[in-house]
Design a protein around this ligand. Sequence first.
Ligand code: PMV
Length: 332
Amino acid sequence: MKITASAPGKIALFGEHAVVYGKPAIVSSIDKRIYVTIEERSDDDLKISAMDLHIPGIILTYSKDERLPKVETNFSRVEEAVSYVQKGIYLASEYCGKSKGVNVEVRSEMPVGAGLGTSAALSVATAYAYLTLLGSEIKRESLADLGHKIEVAVQGSASPMDTAVATFGGLLQVTPLLKGPSIERIGFHQIPGLVIGYTPREATTADLLKRVRSLRSSFPEAVESIMSAIGSIVSASRRALEKGDLASLGELMNINHGLLESLGVSSKRLNDMVYSARYAGALGSKLTGAGGGGCMIALSPSKENAVKTAIQVEGGIPLAASLSDIGAKIEG
Ligand code: PMV
C-alpha cells in the first residue's frame, strides 16, 4: 500500500520571529507544495529518499529510536530534512500507538530551507501520509498540533504559525495562546503584484531562532519592545488587508522589515533585494520567514516586471508562486 500526502509552503506577510514570543502573525499558504509518498515495507526499517534534495535513499534501521540519523554529507539541510521525516514518523506512530516500516519519498516544488515553510510542510505531510497508511484518522487541529511538535522536536523551538498554515491553508492570523493557537481565517484575497525573491540562505531557521533568543536574553526590554511593535504592525496590517488598502500594507511591510533587521536576521543580499524592489516601484518590501538569506516579498502592483528585474540585478531569483488557500491533503 502506498499513500501520498501534500502540504503547501507559506509566506509570512507580517509577524515572523515575534510569533515565537506569543505575538500574532499573518501568513498565507502558496501554490507550491511538498509531496510525501509513504509505502509499506516488509521489515521495520525506514528508508528516506528525496532526489531533489540529493537524498538518494537513506536507510535508518533504528526508526523507532529518538536519536537523529548520522547522514554522510556536509550539506546540513539534507540532515535537517531527514530529521523532520524521522521525527514525523516517530511522533505520528506515538500519536496513534501503531507503527510499520516504510519507504518515504519526498518531492518539493520549492527551494528547501528558504523561508517558505518547507520544514512545516514536510512535517505535516509526513505525519498525514503515515497516519493515513496506518488507517488512523486525524482532525486538522490535531494534525497542526502534531506538525508543530515535530518542528519543535527537530528545531528546539518553533511557533505554531507554519504548521497551522501548512495544515489549514489560506490567509490566516495565527496567535499563539497557552491553551493552543488561535487560528483566524482572514478571507482569501489575492494580493495584487506580490513578488517573491529568493537568495540561498546563510543560516538555518534553528540558527536564526537561536540568534534572536540570545539577543533577547542580553537585552530583554529592548527586544520585547521590538516584538510588541511587530505585534502592533500585525493588527494594523490586518485592518489594511480587510480594507484592501495596499498603500498602508506596503508601508507596514517596510516597518516590519526594519524591525526584523534590528533583530539581526536580515543579510546584506536580502537587504539589497528589499531596497532595490522599493526603488523599482514596490509599495513595500520585507524579508519573509526566518531570514539570513532565503526569501523576501515585495508588494508591487503594476510594477511586477521592474521589481523582478531589480531582484535579479541584486543576484536574487524571482520565484513564480502565488497565494493559494489549499491546505494539507491526501493525494491518493
Ligand atoms: O524560515 P521558515 O520558513 O522556517 O519560517 C520561520 C518563521 C519564524 O517565525 C522565524 C519561526 C517560527 O517558528 O514561527
